[in-house]
Design a protein around this ligand. Structure first.
Ligand code: PMP
Length: 325
């Protein structure tokens, strides 16, 4: 697609790139879906569009209405753009430990940004609960509810999975990515399995999340911690419910960062940490499946969104993640 009838048609249909270093290192073909090429710069534009279209279709979002959401940032950016394009206001609630670039972007797009301190999910001050309350208290507003609104994963069943299947000519052996809401892994997994049930779907979990142990031994038990933004889940969201996970890997920030650095230095790709963790997971899946296989993963957002963190040697050192790149 080289022309679009309107700005919303620019969402999705992202390129798929063969990652040379990871492919050579594993003897497999490892392909990355360039989600940073979406208009809002991340995979979450897809969910934002589906959630808003779904709310319009079911009558909950009416002309002049407001979209309210709690987000690590990328969904807020996507919702603000989609809201602008369709004439809705946006109120975004974000934990205050996310990157300054994402906060500045949300404000620049014209959304109202509400920052809250990071808190456990059980705490009523958690960004998700805060966003639900604001939606309830605002006239003519919807709560996007990306974690438990399965319009999110439909974006990947009908979008991402179809695109990957077409781009790889149906010759795909495995798919993996990490979960934030779980919309991407569940939706893309379900969509690909509907094409061919033997495509291996693997969860790649960061440290500090409970899903690796859940799929490994049935217990939602987080171990360790991660500075990766947008991923790491400790409950089975509605989007994750029934996700067809065949196998799972746990990837540390250090492993993910090493991949981020390698992709930048050797392939000129500047990515965020969830992309590095995803590619490290794809390499683990490649080693499990053996040489000659074709594996896809998600390049969720750009490194330009993290210049003050991942690409800032002092910040990295303050997190115990080594010095200059
Ligand atoms: N990577 C980044 C950078 C994200 O912002 C998100 C969304 N939270 C994800 C990965 C995970 O996507 P999903 O919510 O579909 O699980």
């Amino acid at each position: 697609m080289t022309i679009a009838a309107n700005s919303l048609d620019l969402i999705g249909n992202t390129p798929l790139v063969l990652l040379k270093g990871p492919s050579e290192a594993t003897g497999c073909e490892i392909w990355g879906k360039c989600e940073y090429a979406n208009p809002g710069g991340s995979v979450k534009d897809r969910a934002a569009l589906y959630i808003v279209r779904d709310a319009e279709a079911n009558g909950s979002l009416r002309p002049g209405g407001t979209i309210v959401e709690g987000t690590a940032g990328n969904t807020g950016i996507g919702l603000a753009l989609v809201g602008n394009a369709l004439g809705y206001k946006t109120i975004i609630v974000m934990p205050d430990n996310q990157s300054a670039e994402k906060m500045a972007t949300i404000r620049a797009l014209g959304a109202e940004l509400v920052l809250v301190p990071p808190a456990p999910f059980a705490n009523p001050g958690h960004f998700v609960h805060t966003s639900r309350r604001i939606a309830e208290e605002t006239d003519n507003a919807i709560w996007a509810n990306q974690f438990d609104n399965i319009a999110n994963r439909k974006a990947h069943i009908f979008g991402t999975a179809e695109e990957i299947w077409d781009q790889m000519d149906g010759r795909i052996d495995g798919f993996t990515c990490a979960a934030g809401t779980g919309g991407t892994i569940a939706g893309t997994g379900l969509g690909l399995k509907a094409k061919r049930a033997d495509i291996v779907v693997a969860l790649t979990d960061p440290h500090g999340a409970g899903l690796y142990n859940y799929y490994q031994c049935g217990e939602l038990k987080p171990e360790g911690s991660s500075v990766a933004e947008g991923i790491g889940q400790n409950r089975i969201t509605a989007n994750l419910d029934g996700a067809p996970i065949d196998t799972q890997f746990r990837i540390s920030d250090a492993e993910g960062l090493a991949v981020v650095r390698q992709l930048l230095d050797e392939e000129g790709l500047c990515l965020g940490l969830s992309s590095g963790i995803n590619v490290a997971g794809a390499m683990a899946l490649a080693r499990q499946l053996g040489p000659g296989k074709r594996i896809a993963t998600m390049l969720c957002d750009s490194g330009f969104r993290y210049l003050s963190t991942l690409y800032n040697p002092e910040w990295l050192a303050s997190k115990g993640l080594g010095g200059p790149t």
